[in-house]
Write a protein that binds this ligand. Structure first.
Ligand SMILES: [Zn+2]
Length: 112
């Protein structure tokens, strides 16, 4: 099952030679895919349960923040890796894939 989320955050990449070194923001779009067997109730996981965990662990942490305060180098790749680690540590279900979009056409994907 898949659930998508969005959060707004600012960052800058000081090592970058182009515009990304300047302070700017994105509306990040996060897609979380959880895999598992279909239970007797006919679902893998209740969307509301995934929703609650991702909001508590990820969205509340990142939304409307300056990402450089939390990560040394907040590239999409490293933000996604941090999100993966945090969701995995919750341990309630099996993450299959995570996509983090910085813009409509640029994002990264992690696969289990
Ligand atoms: Zn950026």
């Amino acid at each position: 099952m898949i659930r998508t989320f969005t959060f707004d955050a600012a960052h800058q990449l000081p090592w970058h030679t182009g515009r990304c070194r300047n302070l700017h923001g994105h509306t990040y779009r996060l897609e979380v895919t959880v895999e598992g067997p279909i239970g007797d109730d006919g679902i893998v996981l209740d969307f509301a349960d995934l929703d609650a965990v991702v909001r508590r662990e990820i969205i509340e942490r990142y939304d409307h923040t300056y990402l450089n305060d939390q990560l040394d180098n907040p590239t999409a790749e490293l933000i996604a890796a941090d999100i993966w680690k945090r969701l995995e540590s919750v341990g309630a279900w099996r993450l299959a894939r995570l996509r983090l979009w910085e813009t409509a056409d640029s994002g990264v994907e992690l696969i289990a």
